[in-house]
Design a protein around this ligand. Structure first.
Ligand code: NAD
Length: 489
C-alpha cells in the first residue's frame, strides 16, 4: 500500500515523522474530507510503541537542541516560516480538503498566521530577558531553561494554526516536540514535518505521531519522558489528560471549550452588533471563542433579530473552496449528528428556531444550516453546553446587572464580546465579566503578545509572549555573591 497520497494536487506522506524518518504502523485509519465525504487516504495509526519511539527521539535530540544559541534557534524558526510562506497555497488547499474550513480564510488569514507564529516566537526569544536585581549586593539572574520533550495535542478546527502556536514557542525555548494532530485532520502536520526537515531542523527535534486520541494520544501524555503537555481540545479529553499528567506530575497547559456571550446594549451601533453576531457562524461555528450566546437589551431585541435574520439569511453555504462561500461543512457526519442532537433537544424543550434548525439536506447532509434559537432558558443544555456548530441562542435582558449575570452564568470563561456605544458602560461591564479575552465592539482581534486562555472549564494557563516561554521552560534564578564576599551568616 502506498504511503503517499495526493490531496488537492499535493503529495502528503501518511506515516509518522519520528527522529527524522518516516515510520509506518501496522494499522491505519481512514481520513475523509468533510466537503463531500470522499476518502482521502489511510493514515498511520500510532500505538504506545510509536508514541514511545517518538518520545525517545525527542529525548535523544534534546541536549544538543537545548544547547544551541538563541540566535541559531531563531534563525531556524525563521527558515521554517519561510518554508510555510513558500507553500501557503498547498497548505491552504490541503487543509481545506481535510477539515472543510474556507479556502479563502486559509489562504489569506490562517496560513500567513502559521508563518507568523514561527517568526513571532523566533524574534521574541531574542528579547527574552528579565532585568537582574540585587539582594544585599548579590545579583539575581532569572533564566528560562528548556524543559525537555513536549507533547502537543491539537484539535481539528484550526489544525496547523493551533499546532504551530504551541510548536513555535516550544522549539524557540529549546525543547523538542512530539505533535499528535487530531485524527479528523492529520494532513498538514505531515507537510509541516517536510518543511521543518527542509529548513534544516535537526532530526528528532520535531516529531509527528499520527493516530487516535485514546490510543496514540493517551500513550503519549502518559509517557514519563514527556516534560510538558500542551493540549487544545474538549473538556472531557482535558480531564483524561490531566489524570495521565498527574501520574508523572507533568506540567500541563489546557486550552478548552467555551460558551461565550455577545452582549448587545441598546446604545450599540446596531449594524456593527449584527455584523458581530453573524460573524459567530465563522468556520461553521467550529471556533472555541465563538460568542454563541447573544444577549440583547429587550428594547432593541425585535429590531436586532429582524436585521440579524436578514443578514444571516444572505450567507452562502456550500463548498469551502468556492470564493463566494461563507459557511462550509462541519467536520464529520458524527459532528452533524451531535449538533442536531443539541438543536432537536432544545426545540423539544420549547426553543424556537428563527432560522435554520437542521442539516442542509440540499447539500447532502454534511452541512448544518446556520441556526438561531430563541425562547431558551438560562439553565437549559443549549445555553450551558458547547455545541461547536453554527448554532446561536438569543436571550434578552433589561438591566446591566442582568446582562452580566447571564453572561457569567456558565461553567466556561473563554471569551466575551460587548457591543455598546458607551465607553463607561463597556469599562464597567468588562471589569465584571469572567473571561480570558474580552472584545469591545470587535471580535477575534488577536495578538501573540497578549495572554490567551480561559477561566473555569475553559482552561488552565495562558499562551502568548512570555506566558508561552514561562510554560515551556523551567525558570531558574541564579544568585551570585559580589566579588570577595565572605559573610556566610
Ligand atoms: P477532542 O478533545 O476530542 O480532541 C482533541 C485532541 O485530543 C485530538 O488530537 C484527539 O486525538 C486528542 N485526544 C483525545 N483523547 C485523548 C486522550 N485520552 N489522550 C490524549 N489525547 C487525546 O477535541 P476536538 O473535538 O478535536 O476539538 C474541539 C474542542 O476543542 C472544542 O471543545 C473546542 O472548544 C476546543 N478548542 C479550544 C480552543 C482554545 O484555544 N481554547 C481552540 C480550538 C478548539
Amino acid at each position: 500500500m502506498s504511503t503517499t497520497i495526493t490531496v488537492a494536487g499535493t503529495a502528503v506522506d501518511t506515516r509518522h515523522w519520528i527522529g527524522g524518518r518516516r515510520v509506518a504502523s501496522a494499522e491505519t485509519f481512514t481520513d475523509i474530507s468533510p466537503i463531500d465525504g470522499a476518502e482521502l487516504g489511510r493514515i498511520a495509526r500510532g500505538t504506545a510503541t510509536e508514541a514511545a519511539a517518538a518520545v525517545a527521539a525527542a529525548q535523544e535530540a534534546f541536549p544538543a537542541w537545548a544547547a544551541t544559541t538563541p540566535a541559531e534557534r531563531s534563525r531556524l524558526l525563521h527558515s521554517i516560516a519561510d518554508g510555510v510562506d513558500k507553500r501557503i497555497g498547498e497548505l491552504a488547499a490541503v487543509e481545506t480538503r481535510d477539515n472543510g474550513a474556507l479556502l479563502r480564510s486559509h489562504l489569506r488569514g490562517v496560513m500567513p498566521r502559521v508563518a507568523h507564529n514561527f517568526r513571532f516566537f523566533a524574534d521574541w526569544l531574542l528579547e527574552l530577558a528579565h532585568p537582574p536585581f540585587d539582594t544585599r549586593g548579590h545579583t539575581n539572574r532569572v533564566s528560562w531553561d528548556p524543559a525537555g520533550p513536549c507533547a502537543l495535542i491539537t484539535p481539528w478546527n484550526a489544525p496547523l494554526m493551533l499546532a504551530t502556536w504551541k510548536i513555535a514557542p516550544a522549539l524557540a525555548a529549546g525543547n523538542t516536540v512530539v505533535l499528535k494532530p487530531a485524527e479528523w485532520s492529520p494532513l498538514t502536520a505531515s507537510l509541516l514535518a517536510d518543511i521543518c526537515a527542509e529548513a534544516g531542523l535537526p532530526n528528532g527535534v520535531f516529531n509527528v505521531l499520527q493516530g487516535h486520541g485514546d490510543e496514540a494520544g493517551a500513550a503519549l501524555v502518559a509517557h514519563p519522558g514527556v516534560r510538558r503537555i500542551s493540549f487544545t481540545g474538549s473538556v472531557p479529553t482535558a480531564r483524561r489528560i490531566s489524570q495521565a499528567a498527574a501520574a508523572n506530575l507533568t506540567p500541563l497547559s489546557l486550552e478548552l471549550g467555551g460558551k461565550s456571550p455577545l452582549l448587545v446594549f441598546a446604545d450599540a451601533d446596531l449594524d456593527l452588533a449584527v455584523d458581530l453576531a453573524v460573524e459567530q457562524y465563522d468556520n461553521a461555528g467550529q471556533v472555541c471563542l465563538a460568542g454563541t450566546r447573544i444577549l440583547v437589551e429587550s428594547t432593541i431585541a425585535e429590531e436586532f433579530t429582524r436585521r440579524f435574520i436578514e443578514r444571516a439569511s444572505a450567507l452562502v453555504q456550500g463548498d469551502p473552496r468556492d470564493e463566494a462561500t461563507d459557511i462550509g461543512p462541519n467536520i464529520h457526519p458524527r459532528q452533524i449528528e451531535r449538533i442536531d442532537g443539541f438543536v432537536q433537544r432544545a426545540i423539544a424543550k420549547g426553543a424556537r428556531p428563527v432560522i435554520g434548525g437542521g442539516p442542509n439536506t440540499d447539500l447532502g447532509g454534511l452541512y448544518y444550516r446556520p441556526t438561531l434559537l430563541t425562547d431558551v432558558a438560562q439553565d437549559s443544555e443549549i445555553v450551558q453546553e458547547e455545541v461547536f456548530g453554527p448554532v446561536l441562542t438569543l436571550q434578552t435582558f433589561d438591566t446591566e446587572d442582568e446582562a452580566v449575570r447571564l453572561a457569567n452564568d456558565t461553567h466556561f470563561g473563554l471569551a466575551a464580546t460587548v457591543a455598546s456605544g458607551s465607553a463607561e458602560r463597556a469599562d464597567r461591564v468588562t471589569a465584571r465579566l469572567t473571561a480570558g479575552t474580552v472584545w469591545v465592539n470587535c471580535f477575534f482581534v488577536r495578538d501573540l503578545r497578549a495572554p490567551f486562555g480561559g477561566s473555569r472549564d475553559s482552561g488552565i494557563g495562558r499562551e502568548g509572549g512570555n506566558w508561552s516561554f514561562d510554560f515551556y521552560c523551567d525558570l531558574k534564578n541564579t544568585v551570585t555573591a559580589p566579588k570577595g564576599w565572605t559573610d556566610h551568616g
